[in-house]
Design a binder for this molecule. Structure first.
Ligand code: HEC
Ligand code: HEC
Length: 440
């Protein structure tokens, strides 16, 4: 839905209301103030949407100046290095194209198969149209890619595939579980940003980045330098949705903080944007050796492009509701029975309290409480796991469940709880419970 249009409509309505109502003498001041609040809120949400989709917060400093990723995208024939990234490759690593940004003529040409998807120049043309979700490119008139930056939408938006696979209308807040962030970063000609901080060679960095896999990212790598779990698996975690978060206390898998804490953190430390960040927990040398040595707990740039956006960004995320499960995607009767299992025998609602499906209040648990290892929990500030909000689960079943996707299916999750809590659920109760989870 187009918030801008809605906003304009709302404002037009407000203006009409002011004009038609000479009777306003009878209306009290309070009504004007009430209307003002709604208009201001809509305006903030619209600005937040803009920031979420399009703002790089100046992170070109990282992606362009440091990694020189723009050169890898352009390729040698267009003034960069290597073969370049053509649209087919871009789609294959999970990047998405916003069909609304494509002129009708281009859409028709695409449909007829007349657009060369194996030419990096096409990628640059798409960047010029601002059509690649979450990626901002600066392109000169002569078609040279001058810089590249990323936005929140890169990881937390996908498209509805309405045009074709990977091309469609934006779905903000959805986790992009196709996106292989590690592979994308590993294309960069200069990985010294990683080798310097981690004190390892380039080959090691590439091995780590390519170990993440689709839908995953490791936000703690450059804080603690841990790249692999004790069992040898990747230390990366799944990209969670950024919708359905209103009412939830702590965010991220390990409960780093509020939405706005995490937004400042991500924009500044992960995206490489120009922002202020104060989080003295990062000075804990034992836990975050790299962050502590490099002063990541107190970042003060000359120009702060993040802080002024935090309010509207937060309002936008709070406004994003978890989408309803499509009709026919689950068995209704079974889901109704499953709801009872969830609330009674399964004891799920003790932690996943409806309708938030996380705890009102302090929503963290020790690893023992949920019967799993403490590796990822101990990489966070609270040695805990946050009760995952379950609404919209159906949108992110790709990549598995729990922070690292250790459970491939919802049935695996249910079996885990059945064993851990000794629930003695019958096979029917388990499958009913799964149908209920699919319906949320
Ligand atoms: C490179 C991919 C990437 C980008 C870019 C990114 N995020 Fe995230 N985001 C993640 C991952 C991965 C996590 C989970 C981190 C964890 O738990 O360790 C996360 C967690 C979150 C959460 C917590 C969700 C929850 O369930 O509590 C929110 C909110 C969020 N991000 C918002 C944003 C916003 C806003 C931006 C832009 C300022 C942004 N993210 C940029 C990958 C990304
Ligand atoms: C003691 C609190 C607690 C109880 C009881 C509990 N959960 Fe959870 N649940 C959690 C936590 C914490 C996580 C996050 C685990 C992680 O980060 O790896 C979670 C994660 C999940 C997930 C994965 C969500 C995702 O995004 O991957 C599902 C599904 C789930 N729980 C369903 C259930 C069901 C069904 C029950 C009842 C049989 C249940 N939970 C009982 C705390 C609980």
């Amino acid at each position: 839905m187009n918030i801008r249009k809605l906003l304009i409509g709302f404002q037009a309505f407000a203006v009409a209301w002011l004009l038609i109502m000479p009777l306003q003498v009878f209306a009290s001041d309070r009504h004007f103030r009430d209307a003002r609040v709604f208009i201001d809120t809509l305006r903030s949400i619209s600005k937040g949407q803009q920031a979420f989709r399009h703002d790089t917060f100046g992170d070109e400093v990282f992606w362009t100046d440091r990694l020189r990723l723009h050169e890898a995208i352009a390729g040698e024939s267009l003034g960069g290095v290597g073969p370049g990234v053509d649209p087919a490759t871009a789609l294959a690593v999970g990047l998405k194209v916003d069909v609304k940004a494509l002129p009708k003529r281009l859409q028709r040409a695409l449909k007829r198969g007349e657009v060369d998807l194996t030419d990096p120049a096409t990628t640059i043309a798409l960047l010029q149209l601002d059509a690649v979700v979450g990626v901002k490119g600066e392109v000169t008139d002569s078609g040279r890619l001058e810089s590249i930056g990323i936005t929140c939408a890169l990881c937390h938006s996908t498209v509805d595939d309405s045009f074709t696979s990977g091309i469609g209308r934006r779905l903000d807040g959805w986790a992009n579980r196709d996106l292989d962030v590690g592979v994308i970063i590993s294309l960069a000609p200069d990985l010294s940003a990683f080798t310097d901080l981690l004190n390892v060679d380039e080959q090691t960095v590439r091995t780590v980045l390519t170990s993440w896999g689709p839908g995953k990212f490791d936000a703690s790598l450059l804080l603690d330098g841990k790249a692999f779990r004790p069992d040898g698996g990747s230390a990366a975690v799944l990209i969670p949705p950024a919708f359905g978060l209103a009412g939830i206390n702590l965010h991220t898998w390990t409960g780093w903080g509020s939405i706005t804490h995490w937004n400042a953190f991500v924009a500044t430390l992960e995206m490489g944007g120009q922002g202020t960040l104060y989080d003295p927990r990062l000075n804990d040398f034992d836990k975050f050796p790299i962050a502590a040595v490099n002063g990541f707990g107190d970042v003060r740039p000359e120009q702060d492009r993040v802080t002024p956006k935090l309010g509207v960004l937060q309002q936008y995320q709070l406004a994003l509701k978890a989408p309803k499960a499509p009709r026919g995607s689950y068995n209704k009767d079974a889901a109704n029975r499953g709801k009872r299992v969830f609330e009674q025998q399964g004891d799920c609602a003790r932690c996943h309290v409806p309708p938030l499906f996380s705890e009102p209040g302090w929503n963290l648990h020790s690893p023992e409480e949920i019967g799993i290892d403490d590796f990822q929990a101990r990489r966070g500030p609270e040695d805990s796991y946050r009760t995952a909000p379950l609404k919209g689960l159906w949108t992110h079943s790709k990549g598995g469940f729990y922070h690292d996707g250790r459970f491939a299916t919802l049935m695996d999750v249910v079996e885990h709880y059945d064993t851990t809590f000794n629930l003695l659920l019958s096979q029917d109760a388990k499958s009913d419970l799964v149908e209920y989870l699919k319906s949320l």
